[in-house]
Design a protein around this ligand. Sequence first.
Ligand SMILES: [Fe+2]
Ligand SMILES: [Fe+2]
Length: 266
Amino acid sequence: MSTGYRGAAIDALRTGEPEAKARAAHAMAEVWRKGLREPGPGTVPDRPARPARPVLTRPGDMPKRRALTTRAGQIALLHAFAHIEFNAIDLACDMVARFDGMPPAFYGDWIGVAGDEARHFQMLRRRLQELGADYGDLPAHDGLWQAADDTRDDLLARLAVVPLVLEARGLDVTPAMIARLERAGDHDSVAILEVIYREEIGHVAAGSRWFAHVCEQRGLDPAPTWRTVVRERFKGDLKPPFNDTARDAAGLPSAFYADLNPLPSA
Ligand SMILES: [Fe+2]
Ligand SMILES: [Fe+2]
């Protein structure tokens, strides 16, 4: 008896142990690959299960990052990325489980994203282990889930904030991190971040596509709607510089975000 893809998403959300959560996301992708299109029953948890470690802190309480030429600095950077990917598993599973009534392709897209995020997390965790560390060794912050939770009532807002603000920000910052690791000679970590960077463009593209779909259903114009929703529902700032090339490739043109937070005139 299958629990259906939605039941499988809820299983992943209710699993706290990191490797088991990643495996549960892959199991959901397997349910979908087998062609099972029944969502299945279940209640979406208010908050996904998390492991006892990492200890979650407020973003401002995070220790300062060390230079990437030190092993401690490499570990801190990879740990921060691993934590983002671990959260991203839950964000994609929550998208699948929480919002019903969408076309099958919507669920297929976010199930695929969840599988990618689980693989991203596992690659980063293996790399941390190669460096003598592990996920959970350092504190981490809870900002990603909080931003998602603030949009749990509305798919349009969730798409505006999670893929189109948070994942798009990943496209902005990852190339600089890759360059820093390259300069520090950490080619194994570079190879992992390059895979992640490439696949994250696809995640933002899925966000753009489904945001446009929901806008069309509601008779809304995507660019101004996105700007309004982000102002209302996202507490942080949009921080330039933006990676216009990658954002364009993901169907998020600068008309969406260019002057949302005008740079203070110097
Ligand atoms: Fe990812
Ligand atoms: Fe992603």
